[in-house]
Ligand binder design. Structure first.
Ligand SMILES: Nc1ncnc2c1ncn2[C@@H]1O[C@H](COP(=O)(O)OP(=O)(O)OP(=O)(O)O)[C@@H](O)[C@H]1O
Length: 265
Protein backbone atom coordinates (compact mmCIF):
# COMPACT_ATOMS: atom_id res chain seq x y z
CA UNK A 1 0.00 0.00 0.00
CA UNK A 2 1.30 3.44 -0.95
CA UNK A 3 1.54 5.47 2.24
CA UNK A 4 2.09 8.68 0.32
CA UNK A 5 -0.66 8.32 -2.26
CA UNK A 6 -1.60 11.97 -1.88
CA UNK A 7 1.01 14.48 -0.80
CA UNK A 8 0.42 18.12 0.00
CA UNK A 9 3.65 19.95 0.61
CA UNK A 10 3.81 23.49 2.00
CA UNK A 11 0.66 24.49 0.14
CA UNK A 12 -0.42 28.14 0.25
CA UNK A 13 -3.58 29.65 -1.16
CA UNK A 14 -3.96 33.38 -1.62
CA UNK A 15 -7.06 34.78 -3.32
CA UNK A 16 -6.94 38.09 -5.17
CA UNK A 17 -10.14 39.88 -4.21
CA UNK A 18 -11.53 43.35 -4.90
CA UNK A 19 -10.52 44.25 -1.33
CA UNK A 20 -6.99 42.97 -1.84
CA UNK A 21 -5.20 39.69 -1.20
CA UNK A 22 -6.80 37.13 1.09
CA UNK A 23 -4.45 34.50 2.51
CA UNK A 24 -6.78 31.50 2.93
CA UNK A 25 -4.39 28.58 3.52
CA UNK A 26 -0.89 28.60 4.95
CA UNK A 27 1.75 25.85 4.97
CA UNK A 28 -0.57 22.87 4.52
CA UNK A 29 1.34 19.59 4.80
CA UNK A 30 -0.56 16.33 4.54
CA UNK A 31 -0.03 12.83 3.26
CA UNK A 32 -2.88 10.39 2.64
CA UNK A 33 -2.24 6.67 2.26
CA UNK A 34 -3.90 4.58 -0.44
CA UNK A 35 -7.22 3.29 0.88
CA UNK A 36 -7.26 5.77 3.76
CA UNK A 37 -10.38 7.71 4.74
CA UNK A 38 -9.48 11.24 5.82
CA UNK A 39 -11.93 13.91 6.93
CA UNK A 40 -11.26 17.66 7.07
CA UNK A 41 -13.05 19.43 9.89
CA UNK A 42 -12.95 23.03 11.11
CA UNK A 43 -15.14 26.06 11.63
CA UNK A 44 -17.03 27.62 8.76
CA UNK A 45 -14.76 29.59 6.44
CA UNK A 46 -11.48 28.04 7.64
CA UNK A 47 -10.60 26.72 4.19
CA UNK A 48 -11.77 23.09 4.03
CA UNK A 49 -13.39 23.48 0.60
CA UNK A 50 -10.41 25.48 -0.60
CA UNK A 51 -8.13 22.57 0.28
CA UNK A 52 -10.49 20.03 -1.31
CA UNK A 53 -10.67 22.14 -4.48
CA UNK A 54 -6.87 22.14 -4.64
CA UNK A 55 -6.90 18.33 -4.40
CA UNK A 56 -9.59 18.20 -7.09
CA UNK A 57 -7.44 20.41 -9.31
CA UNK A 58 -10.29 22.91 -9.62
CA UNK A 59 -7.96 25.63 -8.36
CA UNK A 60 -4.19 25.87 -8.20
CA UNK A 61 -2.19 26.56 -5.06
CA UNK A 62 -0.31 29.83 -5.07
CA UNK A 63 2.70 28.00 -3.62
CA UNK A 64 3.73 24.49 -2.63
CA UNK A 65 3.09 21.15 -4.31
CA UNK A 66 0.16 18.75 -4.51
CA UNK A 67 0.81 15.23 -5.77
CA UNK A 68 -1.51 12.29 -6.35
CA UNK A 69 -0.28 8.81 -7.32
CA UNK A 70 3.17 10.21 -8.10
CA UNK A 71 1.96 12.98 -10.40
CA UNK A 72 1.48 16.66 -9.74
CA UNK A 73 -2.18 17.69 -9.57
CA UNK A 74 -2.40 20.05 -12.53
CA UNK A 75 -6.18 20.17 -13.12
CA UNK A 76 -9.37 18.17 -12.68
CA UNK A 77 -9.21 14.49 -13.57
CA UNK A 78 -11.61 11.52 -13.43
CA UNK A 79 -8.92 9.92 -11.24
CA UNK A 80 -10.06 12.34 -8.53
CA UNK A 81 -13.86 12.32 -8.59
CA UNK A 82 -15.72 14.95 -6.60
CA UNK A 83 -19.08 14.72 -4.82
CA UNK A 84 -20.55 18.07 -3.75
CA UNK A 85 -23.29 18.84 -1.23
CA UNK A 86 -25.50 19.84 -4.13
CA UNK A 87 -25.82 16.68 -6.22
CA UNK A 88 -26.03 18.74 -9.48
CA UNK A 89 -28.01 16.16 -11.46
CA UNK A 90 -29.56 17.08 -14.79
CA UNK A 91 -33.32 17.05 -14.07
CA UNK A 92 -34.42 15.93 -17.56
CA UNK A 93 -32.28 12.77 -17.46
CA UNK A 94 -32.93 9.55 -15.51
CA UNK A 95 -30.57 8.44 -12.73
CA UNK A 96 -29.00 5.99 -15.16
CA UNK A 97 -28.58 8.64 -17.87
CA UNK A 98 -27.02 11.07 -15.41
CA UNK A 99 -24.33 8.52 -14.57
CA UNK A 100 -23.99 7.35 -18.18
CA UNK A 101 -23.54 10.90 -19.51
CA UNK A 102 -20.61 11.53 -17.17
CA UNK A 103 -19.02 8.22 -18.20
CA UNK A 104 -19.55 8.95 -21.89
CA UNK A 105 -17.75 12.29 -21.60
CA UNK A 106 -14.69 10.67 -20.08
CA UNK A 107 -14.46 7.18 -21.55
CA UNK A 108 -16.33 7.16 -24.89
CA UNK A 109 -13.11 6.92 -26.90
CA UNK A 110 -11.80 4.00 -24.81
CA UNK A 111 -14.86 1.88 -24.03
CA UNK A 112 -17.91 0.71 -25.96
CA UNK A 113 -21.43 1.92 -25.19
CA UNK A 114 -22.32 -1.47 -23.70
CA UNK A 115 -19.27 -1.37 -21.40
CA UNK A 116 -20.27 2.12 -20.27
CA UNK A 117 -23.87 0.96 -19.68
CA UNK A 118 -22.53 -1.88 -17.57
CA UNK A 119 -20.38 0.51 -15.55
CA UNK A 120 -23.33 2.86 -14.95
CA UNK A 121 -25.60 -0.01 -13.84
CA UNK A 122 -22.90 -1.43 -11.54
CA UNK A 123 -22.34 1.95 -9.88
CA UNK A 124 -26.07 2.46 -9.30
CA UNK A 125 -26.33 -1.06 -7.87
CA UNK A 126 -23.39 -0.33 -5.57
CA UNK A 127 -25.27 2.58 -3.96
CA UNK A 128 -28.49 0.54 -3.80
CA UNK A 129 -30.28 2.35 -6.62
CA UNK A 130 -30.55 -0.43 -9.19
CA UNK A 131 -34.35 -0.36 -9.02
CA UNK A 132 -34.54 3.45 -9.37
CA UNK A 133 -32.27 3.71 -12.41
CA UNK A 134 -35.01 4.88 -14.77
CA UNK A 135 -36.42 7.53 -12.42
CA UNK A 136 -35.79 11.24 -12.90
CA UNK A 137 -34.29 13.35 -10.07
CA UNK A 138 -37.70 14.92 -9.23
CA UNK A 139 -39.12 11.41 -8.63
CA UNK A 140 -36.61 10.45 -5.92
CA UNK A 141 -35.73 11.70 -2.41
CA UNK A 142 -32.84 14.01 -1.49
CA UNK A 143 -30.88 11.07 -0.08
CA UNK A 144 -31.37 9.10 -3.27
CA UNK A 145 -30.23 12.06 -5.37
CA UNK A 146 -27.09 12.26 -3.30
CA UNK A 147 -26.54 8.54 -3.86
CA UNK A 148 -26.78 9.11 -7.62
CA UNK A 149 -24.05 11.75 -7.22
CA UNK A 150 -21.92 9.20 -5.37
CA UNK A 151 -22.65 6.54 -8.01
CA UNK A 152 -21.63 8.98 -10.74
CA UNK A 153 -18.32 9.61 -8.98
CA UNK A 154 -17.71 5.91 -8.24
CA UNK A 155 -18.54 4.89 -11.81
CA UNK A 156 -15.28 6.57 -12.88
CA UNK A 157 -13.45 4.07 -10.64
CA UNK A 158 -11.48 7.03 -9.33
CA UNK A 159 -8.19 6.71 -7.50
CA UNK A 160 -9.51 9.22 -4.99
CA UNK A 161 -13.01 10.18 -3.96
CA UNK A 162 -13.22 13.82 -2.85
CA UNK A 163 -16.40 14.72 -0.99
CA UNK A 164 -17.42 18.23 0.08
CA UNK A 165 -20.05 17.86 2.80
CA UNK A 166 -21.90 15.27 0.73
CA UNK A 167 -24.59 14.73 3.38
CA UNK A 168 -24.81 18.32 4.64
CA UNK A 169 -28.25 19.01 3.16
CA UNK A 170 -29.91 15.81 4.39
CA UNK A 171 -32.01 15.13 7.47
CA UNK A 172 -30.31 13.29 10.35
CA UNK A 173 -31.74 9.83 9.65
CA UNK A 174 -31.07 9.90 5.91
CA UNK A 175 -27.61 11.18 6.68
CA UNK A 176 -26.95 8.30 9.09
CA UNK A 177 -28.19 5.83 6.50
CA UNK A 178 -25.91 7.24 3.82
CA UNK A 179 -22.92 7.27 6.18
CA UNK A 180 -23.51 3.54 6.74
CA UNK A 181 -23.80 3.03 2.97
CA UNK A 182 -20.56 4.91 2.43
CA UNK A 183 -18.78 2.75 5.03
CA UNK A 184 -19.99 -0.35 3.19
CA UNK A 185 -19.05 1.00 -0.27
CA UNK A 186 -15.59 2.10 0.81
CA UNK A 187 -14.98 -1.30 2.46
CA UNK A 188 -15.99 -2.92 -0.84
CA UNK A 189 -14.05 -0.64 -3.20
CA UNK A 190 -11.02 0.17 -1.04
CA UNK A 191 -11.33 3.80 -2.16
CA UNK A 192 -9.09 6.54 -0.89
CA UNK A 193 -11.39 9.28 0.41
CA UNK A 194 -10.91 12.88 1.50
CA UNK A 195 -14.13 14.32 2.85
CA UNK A 196 -15.08 17.73 4.24
CA UNK A 197 -17.51 17.66 7.14
CA UNK A 198 -18.86 19.86 9.94
CA UNK A 199 -20.15 16.88 11.85
CA UNK A 200 -17.93 15.51 14.62
CA UNK A 201 -19.78 12.15 14.86
CA UNK A 202 -19.61 11.71 11.10
CA UNK A 203 -15.87 12.38 11.20
CA UNK A 204 -15.21 9.83 13.98
CA UNK A 205 -17.50 7.18 12.49
CA UNK A 206 -16.00 7.31 8.99
CA UNK A 207 -12.37 8.33 9.35
CA UNK A 208 -9.02 6.71 9.69
CA UNK A 209 -7.71 10.21 10.44
CA UNK A 210 -9.44 13.48 11.23
CA UNK A 211 -7.56 16.55 10.02
CA UNK A 212 -8.54 19.52 12.19
CA UNK A 213 -8.01 22.95 10.67
CA UNK A 214 -7.34 26.18 12.50
CA UNK A 215 -9.42 29.28 11.82
CA UNK A 216 -8.39 31.57 8.99
CA UNK A 217 -7.05 33.76 7.63
CA UNK A 218 -3.93 31.75 6.85
CA UNK A 219 -5.61 28.61 8.15
CA UNK A 220 -3.46 25.55 8.59
CA UNK A 221 -3.67 22.03 9.98
CA UNK A 222 -3.93 22.46 13.74
CA UNK A 223 -3.90 18.80 14.74
CA UNK A 224 -4.69 15.33 13.43
CA UNK A 225 -6.57 12.59 15.28
CA UNK A 226 -5.79 9.01 14.29
CA UNK A 227 -9.00 6.99 14.74
CA UNK A 228 -8.07 3.46 15.76
CA UNK A 229 -11.57 1.98 15.85
CA UNK A 230 -11.86 -1.45 14.29
CA UNK A 231 -13.83 -1.85 11.05
CA UNK A 232 -16.54 -2.66 10.19
CA UNK A 233 -17.97 0.06 12.42
CA UNK A 234 -21.46 -0.05 13.77
CA UNK A 235 -22.97 3.24 14.92
CA UNK A 236 -25.16 1.93 17.74
CA UNK A 237 -22.35 -0.12 19.30
CA UNK A 238 -19.96 2.83 18.97
CA UNK A 239 -22.33 5.14 20.84
CA UNK A 240 -21.23 3.35 24.04
CA UNK A 241 -17.60 2.84 23.10
CA UNK A 242 -15.12 4.61 25.41
CA UNK A 243 -12.54 5.07 22.64
CA UNK A 244 -15.18 6.55 20.33
CA UNK A 245 -16.12 9.05 23.06
CA UNK A 246 -12.48 9.93 23.58
CA UNK A 247 -11.95 10.73 19.88
CA UNK A 248 -15.16 12.72 19.83
CA UNK A 249 -14.06 14.74 22.87
CA UNK A 250 -10.65 15.42 21.33
CA UNK A 251 -12.25 16.88 18.19
CA UNK A 252 -14.76 18.91 20.23
CA UNK A 253 -11.96 20.26 22.44
CA UNK A 254 -10.00 21.32 19.38
CA UNK A 255 -13.00 23.05 17.81
CA UNK A 256 -14.45 24.74 20.90
CA UNK A 257 -11.46 25.30 23.21
CA UNK A 258 -8.40 25.52 21.01
CA UNK A 259 -10.18 27.12 17.99
CA UNK A 260 -13.26 28.93 19.15
CA UNK A 261 -15.76 29.91 16.49
CA UNK A 262 -14.66 32.99 14.48
CA UNK A 263 -16.77 36.14 15.08
CA UNK A 264 -17.80 36.63 11.46
CA UNK A 265 -18.95 33.03 10.93
N1 LIG B 1 -12.63 32.35 -4.83
C1 LIG B 1 -12.43 32.98 -3.67
N2 LIG B 1 -12.07 34.28 -3.65
C2 LIG B 1 -11.84 34.90 -2.48
N3 LIG B 1 -11.94 34.34 -1.26
C3 LIG B 1 -12.30 33.05 -1.23
C4 LIG B 1 -12.57 32.30 -2.42
N4 LIG B 1 -12.90 31.02 -2.07
C5 LIG B 1 -12.86 31.00 -0.73
N5 LIG B 1 -12.49 32.20 -0.21
C6 LIG B 1 -12.31 32.54 1.20
O1 LIG B 1 -11.41 31.58 1.75
C7 LIG B 1 -11.84 31.22 3.05
C8 LIG B 1 -12.04 29.73 3.12
O2 LIG B 1 -13.22 29.40 2.37
P1 LIG B 1 -13.73 27.89 2.25
O3 LIG B 1 -14.97 27.91 1.43
O4 LIG B 1 -12.61 27.03 1.82
O5 LIG B 1 -14.07 27.56 3.78
P2 LIG B 1 -14.80 26.29 4.38
O6 LIG B 1 -14.00 25.89 5.59
O7 LIG B 1 -15.02 25.27 3.35
O8 LIG B 1 -16.19 26.94 4.83
P3 LIG B 1 -17.64 26.29 5.04
O9 LIG B 1 -17.45 25.26 6.12
O10 LIG B 1 -18.49 27.43 5.48
O11 LIG B 1 -18.06 25.71 3.72
C9 LIG B 1 -13.09 32.02 3.35
O12 LIG B 1 -12.72 33.18 4.08
C10 LIG B 1 -13.60 32.39 1.99
O13 LIG B 1 -14.31 33.61 2.02
Amino acid sequence: MNKKFIEVQHAEMVFETRKGRFHALHDINLTVAQGEFVTLIGHSGCGKSTLLNLLAGLTTATDGALICAGREIAGPSPERAVVFQNHSLLPWLSCFENVYLALERVFSNKESASQLRERASAALALVGLGAAASKRPNEISGGMKQRVGIARALSMEPKVLLMDEPFGALDALTRAHLQDELLRIVAQTGSTVVMVTHDVDEAVLLSDRIVMMSNGPAATIGDIVQVRLARPRERVALAHDALYMEYRTRVLEFLYHRQSRPQAA
